[in-house]
Design a protein around this ligand. Structure first.
Ligand SMILES: C[S@@+](CC[C@H](N)C(=O)[O-])C[C@H]1O[C@@H](n2cnc3c(N)ncnc32)[C@H](O)[C@@H]1O
Length: 285
């Protein structure tokens, strides 16, 4: 699988100067693209469950009565946070249409224990120290000023509480074999950078957390080397997304088609290997 970390709506802007707001950026997707993106978030949440749950346990979410899930998106991961925690979970996202999806998704199972708020992670509308735990997943890589966001996460956490970033990838550490000099650099970072994300956020988590005054542990949350069967399923699900990404990054339709054929042949033979590290950071205030 070339790349299973997907930009959020806020990442649609290519430049960091004349940025639209995340919500404006989200509207740049067609409805169909948006629906597909939401589907992918749910798929990713499923695939990463076994990596996130041990972190929720380690962070002591079970005893947390007030939890904030920042950049909650469509609620796929928020549902796990609700299940892992003992109290109320506030989901925050800058994109109202994401929260609309989250409302639908969380509605049945989690309505009594969730509350959804539209806000920007750089300026959280909460007083100091109100949460026992503040969590996020695949979020910091898409923020304009991750250091400011982590400071905000720490600010709204009570003394003794935890700040937890579950999966933040580092595409600089991406391994793909058989190597592909044309395409590998794109999936190793260029595609993410082009969409406004930071492909090397993983290695920076420790710095952000320490500078926010947190007693910090970092690690790599995923051990899975994508095998051929998983690759094949993931490739099929995200084929359009990858195709569009490569076209947007300058490949011709013929080159993209040739890449697809190579992928299929390698998967058929059962020899391809994909791995990229997903970091976590757990900080105590
Ligand atoms: C890749 S999605 C991840 C969603 C969810 N955490 C998950 O793992 O399924 C990133 C989310 O962050 C939101 N986002 C990006 N920048 C934001 C900001 N500055 N403040 C709040 N939300 C933001 C996007 O709207 C998007 O829903």
């Amino acid at each position: 699988m070339p790349n299973d970390s997907d930009p959020g709506p806020a990442a649609q802007h290519a430049s960091r100067t004349a940025d639209p707001t995340p919500a404006q950026a989200a509207h740049r997707r067609s409805q169909e693209e948006f629906e597909r993106f939401v589907q992918k978030l749910h798929q990713q949440a499923l695939e990463s469950q076994e990596e996130r749950w041990p972190l929720y346990l380690q962070a002591g979410l079970r005893d947390a009565m007030r939890v904030l899930d920042l950049g909650c998106g469509s609620g796929a991961v928020t549902a796990d946070v609700v299940d892992a925690s003992g109290g109320v979970v506030v989901g925050v996202d800058a994109a109202p249409e994401m929260l609309h999806k989250a409302q639908g998704y969380l509605g049945h199972r989690h309505a009594t224990r969730t509350c959804l708020v539209t806000a920007d992670g750089h300026r959280l509308p909460f007083p100091d120290g109100v949460f026992d735990a503040v969590v996020c997943n695949l979020f910091l890589m898409w923020t304009e000023e991750p250091q400011g966001v982590v400071r905000e996460m720490a600010r709204v956490t009570r003394k003794g509480g935890v700040v937890l970033a579950t999966l933040e990838p580092d595409f600089g550490g991406k391994l793909h074999f058989p190597e592909d000099p044309l395409v590998d650099p794109i999936f190793r970072g260029e595609a993410i950078r082009r969409r406004g994300g930071d492909p090397h956020i993983g290695r920076k988590l420790r710095m952000f957390f320490v500078r926010a005054g947190l007693d910090t542990e970092v690690g790599i949350g995923n051990r899975r080397i994508w095998s051929t069967e998983e690759d094949r399923r993931s490739f099929e699900r995200a084929r359009d997304l990858y195709r569009n990404m490569l076209l947007a990054n300058g490949l011709t339709p013929d080159e993209v088609e040739a890449w697809e054929r190579r992928q299929e042949a390698e998967m058929e033979e059962g020899i391809s290997v994909n791995f990229f590290p997903q970091f976590y950071a757990l900080g105590r205030k």
